[in-house]
Design a protein around this ligand. Structure first.
Ligand code: HEM
Length: 545
């Protein structure tokens, strides 16, 4: 007797065959229809074949960590307009910076920035214009030139710590000692200390910004370790934000986590929002998402501590606490935490990677180092302590040219920052892009534009800043971006870079361990050096106070 089979919800063979035919068909149609209907007028724009149909191409390139180099090669091949995704055109033309990013053109940040959100949106990843304007008003006065000067003593105090540590290693290396600092080790040879200076620039930048943004340094320079306190919930991490009583404080490698977070968010951000929950199921993305969470914990611990132990010191956090919007309202605890986190993220490895790359290029070009050191020696007073003041170095022409040239050749923000064309669209190079088109101008390529920078645009040569048309160069110089979303911390960053580079190169002479080896980099959201092994020789003992 044939009994009817119970319905277990298992698809029959026929259904499986149908699904396996229909699913790929649906995927093909979903990619082909936008290509054929061409809602953003991009079909005529050249680019990699797969990029015309799918965001996967850009997601894949981003995950390989050299996006700016790849996009640069595409511009060499196809010209100033390149299609990077079904709805994303890269425009390699300095004039386009004004069109895409300038004040008043109405473009907004794209959904790329949603992948950078944790706890609460901060200034950097707020896409809504009204909310951004409100936040920017509160935050921008904190970074005015006058305000930034109040932070100078804190920044200089960490330079003193850095010199104490380098001098200690130097003296020890010259006595024949060596050590394993977990970063390839340090040792003495030919009267020099040989080590990787990159981690030290990270410790320096994190200690400065940790102190400024949270009121307590991470102590990385003195411990010579990538380690920052973070709040961990006894319940679940996201649920803990805002309730410090349920948190325990542990130490985590913040630099490493920030690197991981940048790579995760930059490659997640180029995927369409509806794919992202599925991408998060993959182990690489799951770990990246954890990194975003851990990093937020650093801000939670620090802000909670500050709120329970008020202080009268002047720092970024106290200024954020004092800030009021147009209706006189202060920031709530969550917003305060998110903004402190934003400043930690935006103001730490940007500065350290830039300092490291500038140092690399100075060391690579002995004549630049010699000329710079001459200018720095002449600017030194007899009563100086070991660290220059901003006043002493803010108008040294060669130093400025060296720093600018370093920021040009190695712009840590290299990739084209995506913006959405506003109502009415935007017209660039005679092509009209309707509302909703995603456009970006790749800083890496603009910084190598031969019309602006000369035929030797690939070379590090500070002298070009005295030889060429300044207006054309400034128009193509984009390390801090343009317009309403340009770097709000630029004054602080410039002060830090001038003090760091001037004080370090007055005190030490640098030699590259492998001068023939290019600076290896890895790009997530930022383009970062991977290491910078150098030999340093102390030029003169400046008294440290
Ligand atoms: C050499 C160092 C630095 C470089 C090269 C740099 C570069 C940039 C760039 C290119 C942007 C635009 C990002 C985008 O549109 O996606 C930006 C935004 C921002 N930067 Fe910086 N930055 C540096 C240092 C700092 C410092 C020290 C701070 C603060 C402590 C800071 C805070 C910010 C913030 C909050 C934003 C978001 C602004 C907004 O969207 O309104 N940056 N930075």
């Amino acid at each position: 007797m044939n009994l009817p089979l119970p319905d277990l919800g298992i698809p029959s063979g026929d259904t499986v065959i149908k699904l396996s035919t229909l699913l790929p068909l649906a995927v093909v149609i979903a990619h082909l229809v936008p290509y054929l209907t061409d809602p953003f007028n991009q079909r005529s724009i050249p680019g990699p074949f797969l990029a015309k149909f799918s965001d996967i191409w850009l997601g894949w390139v981003s995950s390989l960590s050299h996006r700016s180099d790849v996009v640069h090669e595409l511009h060499k091949k196809y010209g100033p307009l390149v299609r990077l995704a079904p709805n994303h055109v890269s425009v390699a033309d300095p004039d386009a910076l004004q069109v895409v990013y300038a004040h008043g053109n109405g473009s907004l940040k794209s959904d790329f920035y949603d992948a950078f959100v944790s706890i609460h949106r901060g200034l950097f990843n707020t896409r809504d214009r009204v909310q951004h304007t409100r936040k920017r008003k509160i935050v921008s006065h904190i970074f005015s030139p006058k305000s930034v000067l109040e932070f100078e003593p804190i920044a200089r105090s960490y330079m003193v710590q850095l010199f104490q540590q380098w001098d200690r290693l130097y003296d020890s290396a010259l006595e024949g000692n060596s050590g394993d600092d977990g970063e390839g080790g340090w040792y003495g040879r030919d009267g020099m200390l040989w080590f990787d200076c990159l981690p030290w620039y990270n410790y320096l930048a994190f200690d400065i910004i940790g102190d400024l943004a949270f009121g307590s340094p991470f102590g990385m320079i003195m411990s010579a370790k990538d380690s920052a306190p973070v709040a961990v919930s006894h319940k679940d991490a996201m649920g803990s934000y805002g309730s410090e009583h349920e948190c325990e404080v542990i130490h985590i490698p913040a630099v490493q986590i920030l690197n991981r977070r940048g790579e995760y968010s930059a490659s997640m951000g180029v995927l369409p929002p509806h794919w992202r929950p599925y991408a998060r199921l993959l182990p690489w993305y799951r770990q990246g998402s954890k990194a975003v969470e851990n990093l937020a914990g650093i801000a939670v611990a620090a802000v909670a501590k500050r709120l329970t132990t008020p202080t009268d010191r002047v720092d970024l956090l106290s200024k954020l606490q004092e800030g009021r919007d147009d209706e006189g309202r202060p920031m709530g605890k969550e917003e305060l935490t998110a903004e402190a986190l934003t400043q930690l993220i935006a103001g730490s490895d940007t500065t350290s990677n830039s300092s490291c790359a500038i140092s690399y290029y100075i060391a690579l070009h002995p004549h630049v180092q010699e000329k710079l050191q001459k200018e720095l020696d002449e600017a030194s007073g007899t009563e100086d302590d070991g660290v220059f003041t901003y006043e002493q170095v803010k108008r040294l022409p060669y130093l400025e040219a060296v720093v600018n040239e370093g920021l040009r050749v190695h712009s840590t923000s290299s990739l084209g920052l995506p913006r959405v064309a506003p109502e009415g669209g935007l017209t660039i190079k005679g092509v009209h892009f309707p509302q909703g088109t995603v456009l970006s101008v790749p800083t890496y390529t603009i910084h190598r534009d031969t019309q602006a920078w000369g035929e030797d645009a690939d070379q590090f040569r500070p002298e070009r800043w005295f030889e060429r048309d300044h207006t054309a160069m400034q128009k193509a110089f984009n390390p801090f971006s343009y317009g309403p979303r340009a770097c709000v911390g630029r004054n602080l960053a410039s002060m830090e870079l001038l003090i760091i580079i001037s004080s370090i190169f007055r005190r030490y002479h640098f030699v590259l361990a492998e001068p023939d080896k290019p600076l290896d980099t890895r790009e997530g959201f930022l383009r970062k050096p991977l290491e910078c092994r150098v030999g340093i020789k102390r030029r003169r003992i400046w008294r440290l106070v």
